[in-house]
Ligand binder design. Structure first.
Ligand SMILES: [Zn+2]
Ligand SMILES: [Zn+2]
Ligand SMILES: [Zn+2]
Ligand SMILES: [Zn+2]
Length: 664
């Protein structure tokens, strides 16, 4: 066979067959290493989802050696700690510390002391009694280099005459790196992006892409809810090669005692702790549940947290009654996504036009005068939304004298985010029914929907229905707000699009179309994206020190670009605080502005929350990252690492069904 050299130019002439073979062999090796992790270290040893005979254990231990992700013993300890103390400081790849940390950053820094401390609490006796695991652990640093780096390269060199450096580059280094990134995606992507049908109180999600690349380990919300299920998913073969392998091995007698969870147990769990997207929950029931969400929150407020206890709630007569009542009204709210094409095309065009201006602005290609003018417009727009529509009118965090009100109201006209009245109604509904169908930019419907998609489709009927429940009498009795609302579509075009362009035309002789494109369209679009980021980014990425049961997070970037509105976990916990954050001036321009107005007498009755109330709330409902939470006070009994965890109750064991059972 022809020698293919990575460095010689005739490699570029490599024909399709060579490429195909190369792709196939890399994929094969990836799967081989991958199974050593998924079927071996993960499902067999870490979670004890099934048992395996010696030949299979040896096979998996060898596969595992080709992956260089530490010895099985160490991998399992890290992973059990991850499950048991998920999202706390003791979690080795704590996803609350951000995407990069949970992906690969955790391997580049010293471990948090909690990881080691809690790691010692984990029972590892089962692995210590497995001679294959202990042999692999003892000779790991001799065996691993051979299996991870030397053999995968030597096989093609020996059998196909491949160039050794090329083989080493492709089959050892690249293949190893790809498998690593795949595994890491479970800790990063599958702890951040995706839905949570089984347990909305943990960060793990269902992610089909991760499942595809990591042989079925992306059904991670299910997996954290039922870590002892050998399928690591509710469905056996839906994007799940690992389950297939285990089943084949069970057929030939190598694997046995395969543990799964009974369907009704899964359904009940999903109905109790899921986010409502599980198929066992019908549409109406799910929203009614979420409706109870606000009642639940009230209960938390009064200090009763038993709603979230992990013991199964028995089906009561009353619950059944509500259920039937719900199914009657079910047909009414059959929701269908309907795109409003006018809006979608309009946003597309305006965004396309704004690209050029954004580029010029970001890369300092504008004269300093226009940059300064742009930024003053940003601040005027921004402050009118944040200090005006948001903190003053929507949340009544403070009161304002007439001059300040008029100022904010006029500035608000330059932002075209609908009249203050409409904005406030949408926003109050958002807070009241957050993460349900009634939430106008419901973040559980995905990033794009909560960012801008919600303005391109017809509103969910619940948004309107619940919108009517929200009390708007304070705004209706405010003549200024109602004036702005009434004449909005006459005033807004003047203030948003005409004036910002005409001022530089008149004073500096700027070309009108240039000014219109830059100061009207581009500036408006950028402010919009900033505001939208609060609904998308600040409902997806970041810590939840104050309330881990809601989607909103603390995001410093959003705060930076949206003048202090990114401390959104705090804001949803205490929406009436005029600072919209625990700390007054930490990346919070709006608070500085309101304080300044208060100094000169224009703002008054500024509401904040007392420190001890904040601390208590953070300790009660936060994710443990708040400064007032003692390091070990978070969740000692939060997770279960798998089968045989001492926290697994007798009831839990009885709920599992075991196939291919053998007497051992
Ligand atoms: Zn796991
Ligand atoms: Zn996880
Ligand atoms: Zn929000
Ligand atoms: Zn708000």
């Amino acid at each position: 066979m022809e020698r293919t050299s990575f460095f010689s130019s005739n490699y570029h002439g490599a024909h399709l067959v060579t490429c195909g073979l190369l792709f196939f062999s890399v994929c094969f090796l990836i799967t081989f290493s991958g199974l050593g992790i998924t079927a071996g270290a993960h499902r067999l040893w870490a979670h004890k989802c099934y048992k395996a005979k010696a030949p299979m254990r040896i096979f998996l231990a060898i596969c595992n050696l080709t992956a260089f992700q530490n010895s099985i013993y160490e991998w399992v300890r890290d992973h059990r700690v991850h499950h048991k103390f998920v999202d706390t400081d003791a979690d080795p790849h704590n996803s609350a510390r951000g995407f990069f940390f949970s992906h690969m950053g955790w391997l580049m820094v010293k471990k948090h002391p909690d990881v080691k401390r809690k790691g010692k609490l984990i029972d590892m006796s089962d692995l210590e009694n497995d001679p294959i695991v202990m042999f692999q652990h003892k000779y790991y640093l001799y065996l691993m280099p051979i299996f991870t780096f030397i053999l995968p390269a030597m096989v093609p060199v020996y059998f196909c005459g491949t160039d050794i450096w090329y083989a080493f580059y492709m089959y050892s280094i690249t293949r190893w790196t790809l498998v690593l990134h795949g595994t890491w995606c479970v800790n990063s992507v599958a702890h951040m992006i995706g839905c949570k049908p089984y347990d909305r109180f943990i960060s793990a999600t269902q992610n089909v892409w991760v499942s595809f690349f990591v042989l079925g380990e992306g059904w991670h919300n299910y997996h954290h809810a039922f870590p002892w299920d050998y399928k690591a998913s509710e469905f056996p073969y839906y994007v799940n090669i690992t389950t297939l392998l285990i089943d084949v091995c069970a057929r030939i007698g190598w694997a046995y005692d395969l543990k799964t969870v009974k369907q009704d147990v899964i359904d009940k769990r999903a109905q109790r702790t899921g986010n409502g997207s599980h198929s066992s929950i019908n549409m109406t029931r799910s929203t009614e549940n979420n409706n109870c969400g606000s009642i639940m929150t009230n209960k938390i407020e009064s200090g009763k947290t038993e709603v979230f206890s992990t013991s199964p709630i028995p089906e009561t007569e009353e619950a059944k009654k509500t259920y039937t009542a719900d199914s009657k009204s079910q047909n009414k709210s059959d929701y269908k996504l309907e795109i409003v094409w006018v809006n979608a095309i309009f946003f597309l065009i305006v965004n396309a036009i704004s690209l050029r201006g954004t580029y010029d602005l970001v890369f300092f290609r504008l004269p300093w005068t226009s940059t300064a003018y742009m930024w003053s417009l940003f601040y005027i727009n921004g402050i009118s939304i944040t200090a005006g529509a948001h903190r003053l009118w929507a949340h009544k965090c403070y009161k304002a004298k007439l001059p300040l009100k008029i100022f904010l109201l006029v500035c608000n006209l330059t932002a075209f985010q609908n009249s203050i009245y409409d904005w406030v109604r949408d926003h109050r509904v958002h807070h009241r029914f957050v993460d349900t169908n009634a939430d106008p930019h419901n973040s559980t419907r995905g990033f794009f929907f909560s960012h801008m998609g919600w303005l391109m489709v017809k509103k969910h009927p619940e948004v309107k229905q619940k919108g009517q429940i929200v009390d708007m009498s304070d705004l209706r009795s405010d003549p200024l707000v109602m004036f702005q609302h009434k004449y909005y579509f006459y005033l807004m075009p003047i203030f948003t699009f005409l004036l910002p362009a005409l001022i530089p035309v008149y004073f500096f002789g700027t070309d009108f179309w240039y000014a219109f494109r830059l100061y009207s369209l581009t500036r408006w679009t950028l402010v919009l994206h900033g505001t939208w980021c609060v609904n998308s980014v600040a409902h997806m990425f970041g810590y939840k020190p104050y309330d881990k049961f809601i989607s909103s997070t603390q995001s410093i970037w959003v705060s930076f670009f949206v003048l202090g509105e990114g401390w959104h976990n705090y804001h949803h916990a205490f929406p009436w605080d005029y600072k919209a954050s625990e700390f007054p001036y930490y990346v919070n321009f709006t608070t500085a502005f309101i304080d300044l107005c208060a100094k000169i007498g224009l703002a008054y009755d500024l509401k904040t929350v007392k420190q001890d109330v904040i601390n208590l709330r953070a300790q009660r409902t936060g994710n443990g990252s708040h400064a007032s939470v003692p390091p070990s006070g978070t969740s000692e009994s939060n997770g279960i690492w798998g089968w045989d965890d001492e926290a697994l109750t007798k009831e839990d064991r009885e709920m599992a069904s075991i196939s291919y059972q053998q007497k051992s």
